[in-house]
Write a protein that binds this ligand. Structure first.
Ligand code: MG
Ligand code: MG
Length: 263
């Protein structure tokens, strides 16, 4: 789940000890398992409600708590955002995936006191080449951002890696929502924008754990929130993609806690 930019409830940065990072790895690996399962079941005809149920069932089976359910009133365990929906789409029994849709699924759990948070965009059946390019560029921008999680770098180095790669490919980055620190709270400091706004952003220090989440639009970067209070869509109704990993800053470089086979 993404953070709203300049959220007044945003918390301070908290560094984690090695034991805490180990617990966060366990939490994030439950999220990773759920996303891998969702990748297998996404196909035209399945409802977004079904996807929510699959993620929630896996979470409960692993004795974890769905982190988004009830978070500021969010009504489900999984955020499911289709095509022009950017993030925070609400699952529905009435919403069936169609061939050619791209579906961003964002999942979070709480396990042994710590949060995991990760997202992936998946194609339903065969999709247009421009949507495939959008997904590939978003995923690659996240990989490039992760490489910037080096002690001594700044948060702006992460932001710049995303923005440069995305804009070089003719797409835009969302401004209104950002990545975030994560730990014993779902959203901690620092904010991690996907665009450079301040070269003097916080330094990355050992034990910082970051949920990095490029939200990339095919057209304008502008977005708005629907009347349901959650679903974020692009104002020009062009498609959007979203990938997210939770990453720890260690002396050996970035440690991707939510890593999955192949990603
Ligand atoms: Mg998320
Ligand atoms: Mg997040």
């Amino acid at each position: 789940m993404a953070s709203a930019k300049n959220d007044s409830n945003a918390k301070a940065m908290k560094v984690k000890k090695a034991e805490e990072i180990q617990l966060m790895l366990e939490a994030n690996q439950i999220v990773a398992e759920a996303l891998t399962l969702l990748e297998k079941v996404v196909e035209p005809g399945i409802t977004t409600w079904d996807l929510d149920k699959i993620a929630e069932d896996l979470c409960l089976k692993r004795k974890a708590v769905p982190a988004f359910k009830g978070y500021r009133g969010f009504p489900a365990s999984l955020c499911v955002s289709i095509n022009e929906e950017v993030v925070h789409g609400i699952p529905s029994k009435k919403r069936k995936l169609k061939k050619g849709d791209i579906i961003s699924v964002d999942f979070g759990v709480k396990y042994k006191g710590y949060y995991g948070d990760s997202a992936v965009t998946i194609a339903a059946g065969k999709v247009d080449n421009d949507k495939i390019k959008l997904m590939d560029v978003t995923k690659e921008s996240l990989e490039r951002a992760i490489l910037q999680v080096q002690i001594g770098n700044r948060i702006a180095d992460i932001s710049r890696a995303v923005q440069t790669y995305v804009e070089d490919h003719g797409f835009s980055v969302v401004r209104q929502f950002v990545g975030h620190g994560i730990g014993a709270s779902l959203h901690e400091g620092p904010e991690i924008p996907n665009f450079v706004q301040d070269e003097t952003s916080p330094r990355i220090i050992e034990g910082l754990v970051l949920a990095i989440e490029p939200m990339v639009n095919m057209g304008t970067y502008r977005v708005k929130v629907l009347r349901d209070g959650w679903t974020v869509i692009t104002t020009d109704k062009q498609p959007s993609a979203h990938f997210e990993h939770t990453v720890a800053a260690t002396l050996d470089g970035p440690l991707v806690l939510s890593s999955r086979k192949g990603f």
